[in-house]
Write a protein that binds this ligand. Structure first.
Ligand SMILES: Cc1cc2nc3c(=O)[nH]c(=O)nc-3n(C[C@H](O)[C@H](O)[C@H](O)COP(=O)(O)OP(=O)(O)OC[C@H]3O[C@@H](n4cnc5c(N)ncnc54)[C@H](O)[C@@H]3O)c2cc1C
Length: 758
């Protein structure tokens, strides 16, 4: 027995931790920051106030992780975020392609638990900050109600990924809340007070078919949505979870201190929506449905935004401004919502896309006045308008990775976050990021330490693309299609196709490209042709006399014509893609973006790919074979198609291609990193969408690596990961490495983006 005499009062148990880095907030930004730092060798304390990781992507809120690919609905090609967030998404696809949010929770927990350098503190809420001086945090203090313990976490560096910015707030970091006026940064899309200055919170529900009639009795606090919600007719029995993103409230409130009140309003709405679906009589197909889950905490979109040395603005996004300290990219639309949320007569969102990816500068990721504080996630230094784009979770996570690596460099250089910029360490940070898989648009990293740069590389084959064989798969040309092909500077080859005329007709084709090299918005027409088509098969040739000034993707476009059928191929190749001028209302793509003149946004057409099993390439012949799939691509650190494929691709008939890498002298090798193709176009949404495959079909699954004596040094089967990081316990000494890769899919040639050897 344990007996305590009465006392005047008692103290909580206190546990003290010291680490290289403290990350507050276990949303995706915090998780990716912690993992990146831990893998760089730092001891990290990751502190999360709730019982699971993931923040808004967790089973508590159930949002699908999105980023620059924007549900495949915009013109950002091959734009999914790489690094740790890609690893998480690919793992989720492998284990949970059906998008079960509970399984996603365990995937995140597992990722963090596998990192021995991370100490994870769940259910621990940070509420107090201690400072060494006016601009330096020395520790943060939290409380765990589960074990009645107070924790003190000390470090020289802190990352605030808490969404509301608790560490920044308590430490006195400069922040803003609400929208800037148009005048402050010249942002023409800055909203009026009447539209709303803050985005609100949301709560969702999941429903389930029980196979038998289920009655529903609503709680007394449920509202009558047919009377109170102008867009109530959009509710139906099939949509649930974050498809109902527009159940939003609180944009006119204090989105921090009024959160409990906002939550109650959202519960009134959610139960009211379910009552409407079950009991209004309008949805007979809802008879067997029951309410399976309702969110207990609201997903928060916006509250504080902290000020760094640079504040991102609308023009950074729309004009794709370049920054010498670029460390990441974004690509979601600028996505603002009316302040009245679900009670507004206005559309639930106002989304405007840019023509391509934009850079995120390092200076937006640390506090301008607290010297040892990084930010990642939705609280980075961005105006309300720019935040409209940077806030999505894949972008947030991508920025988390940056600060994780930057913290490592700070400790290495014994400096503060700002010093990495002011003392010219940016190139080092950028290279370090690139070596760890981070893609930074318009940045061309060169890694002198990569031994592949001094090697001869031979492959058993490399694709010379001159034909995409048809598979007798003819489809009506009921939407305009563009075949994207990577073309070298100089003359553009002709494309020959067979089309089938259902009736005599005129078929219009164009050759287009993007006015900015590296974008995929085909806003520049090089040629257009009208082809006379008669009934039956016709050969057409798409031609342009234009000379390309730079290596670039070219769009060979065939405009829709319901009297014509075109043939597709089953062959899919890394860096070769078909796109369609089509609609994706989920991301405000109505075929064309028609922006009003006065809001500083471009107007252009959308040409977007389709999800497998659709989205096949056109059957065609190319007058000059494309040689852009050479082994020389393997030496670079750009691991996705940009203005070129950046990939080595084997011949389609080479079932087990061999890459030989050799040097004049023996090399001591400790590590080999291979980067396979994870289909950077596929958004890999984490919930609600049932994906067609659990392993990306472009990713090589089986391969071996041998040394110069033919001895097997590494073997992998059943690979599904993008980056294979192979570390040898004892370094190997060899003059040659022989990599044998097995083709996994009959219609997809083997490919590889890069090989790093150290
Ligand atoms: C309703 C809604 C719909 C959205 N739609 C999408 C979408 O479809 N796709 C998309 O990608 N993005 C979407 N977003 C945006 C996105 O979810 C957020 O911007 C994003 O979650 C921000 O990431 P974060 O890591 O900064 O914050 P969060 O995901 O909020 O993570 C912050 C974490 O910090 C923890 N925390 C907070 N305070 C403390 C404390 N004192 N101590 C310890 N831990 C703390 C929280 O528990 C949380 O886990 C949406 C947002 C909302 C609310």
């Amino acid at each position: 027995m344990f007996l305590q005499e009465p006392s005047f009062g008692r103290e909580l148990k206190l546990a003290e931790y010291s680490s290289d880095l403290v990350v507050v907030g276990g949303g995706l930004a915090g998780v990716c920051a912690a993992i990146s730092a831990a893998r760089s060798g730092l001891q990290v304390a990751l502190i999360q106030d709730r019982p699971v990781l993931g923040g808004n992507s967790s089973s508590e809120v159930r949002l699908w992780i999105l980023g620059a690919t924007s549900h495949m609905g915009n013109n950002n090609r091959w734009a999914r975020e790489s690094g740790v967030i890609n690893e998480i998404m690919v793992e989720n696809l492998f284990a949970n392609k059906e998008g079960n949010p509970i399984i996603f929770d365990s995937i995140l927990l597992d990722k963090v638990r596998k990192e021995s350098n991370i100490s994870l503190f769940l259910n621990t809420s940070i509420y107090h900050v201690e400072k060494a001086d006016a601009d330096t945090i020395s520790s943060v203090v939290g409380y765990c109600s589960q074990n009645e313990t107070k924790y003190k976490f000390s470090s020289s560096l802190f990352v605030d990924c808490s969404g509301d910015g608790i560490v920044g707030f308590l430490s006195g970091a400069a922040f803003r809340m609400g929208a800037e006026s148009q005048d402050e940064f010249g942002e023409k899309f800055a909203p009026s007070i009447e539209y709303g200055e803050l985005l609100g919170h949301s709560i969702y529900f999941y429903s389930k078919d029980t196979g038998q009639p289920v009655k529903y009795v609503a709680p007394s606090f449920a509202i009558d949505v047919s009377k109170e919600i102008p867009r109530y007719k959009s509710f139906n029995s099939q949509d649930f979870g974050c498809r109902l993103w527009w159940i939003e409230y609180g944009g006119r409130k204090d989105t921090i201190h009024d959160t409990e009140e906002i939550k109650w309003e959202l519960w009134k709405i959610v139960y009211g929506v379910w009552n409407h679906i079950k009991n209004s009589g309008e949805f007979p197909d809802a008879e067997n449905l029951t309410l399976e889950w309702v969110g207990m905490i609201p997903g928060k979109r916006e509250s504080r935004r902290f000020e760094g040395d640079y504040m991102m603005v609308q023009q950074d996004i729309v004009e794709q401004r370049k920054h010498s300290d670029a460390v990441a990219f974004g690509g979601w639309s600028i996505d603002l919502h009316p302040g009245d949320g679900v009670f507004s007569e206005k559309p639930g969102c106002n989304q405007w896309h840019s023509k391509g990816l934009y850079q995120v500068p390092y200076r937006s990721l640390y506090s301008k006045n607290i010297s040892n504080l990084f930010f990642a996630g939705r609280i980075i230094s961005a105006s309300h308008v720019a935040f409209g784009s940077t806030r999505v979770m894949a972008t947030s996570a991508y920025l988390g990775q940056v600060v994780g690596h930057a913290a490592y460099l700070c400790l290495l250089k014994k400096c503060k976050p700002r010093d990495l910029y002011t003392k010219n360490h940016m190139e080092e940070l950028q290279l370090y990021l690139a070596k760890n898989g981070q893609f930074i648009p318009d940045f061309h990293p060169i890694d002198n330490k990569n031994l592949i740069n001094s090697a001869r590389i031979e492959a058993s084959s490399q694709l010379q693309l001159s034909i995409l064989e048809g598979n007798n798969d003819w489809k009506y040309l009921d939407e305009s299609i563009g075949q994207l092909l990577p073309i070298k500077a100089g003359k553009i080859p002709d494309i020959k196709l067979t089309v089938f005329g259902v009736e005599n007709t005129i078929l219009n084709t164009e050759v287009r490209l993007s006015s900015k090299v590296g974008n995929f918005t085909p806003d520049q027409t090089l040629s257009n042709q009208s082809h006379i088509i008669v009934s039956g098969k016709n050969e057409i040739s798409i031609h342009s006399d234009a000379i390309l000034e730079a290596d670039q993707y070219v769009f060979f476009i065939i405009h829709k014509n319901s009297n014509v059928k075109i043939e597709f191929t089953e062959t899919r190749i890394t860096g070769i893609l078909s796109v369609f001028n089509t609609v994706n209302a989920a991301v405000s793509n109505y075929g064309k973006q028609d922006a009003p003149d006065n809001i500083g946004i471009d107007s252009f057409e959308f040409w977007v790919p389709k999800r497998r099993p659709d989205g096949k390439n056109l059957a065609l012949q190319i007058s000059e074979p494309l040689h852009q799939f050479n082994t020389s691509n393997l030496t670079g650190l750009i691991q996705r198609p940009t203005n070129q494929t950046n990939a080595w691709v084997a011949d389609l008939n080479d079932d087990c291609p061999v890459i030989r890498i050799n040097w004049d002298n023996k090399q001591e090798i400790k590590q080999i990193i291979l980067c396979f193709d994870p289909d950077w176009d596929h958004p890999l949404e984490t919930v609600l969408i049932n994906h067609p495959e659990s392993v990306i079909p472009f990713t090589v699954q089986d391969y071996t690596i041998c040394d110069d004596e033919g001895i097997l040094v590494f073997e992998k089967s059943g690979n599904y990961e993008t980056i294979n990081n192979i570390r040898f316990e004892n370094s190997i000494n060899t003059r040659e490495l022989v990599i044998r890769l097995k083709k996994s899919n009959t219609n997809i040639p083997v490919s590889l983006f890069s090989i790093q050897i150290y």
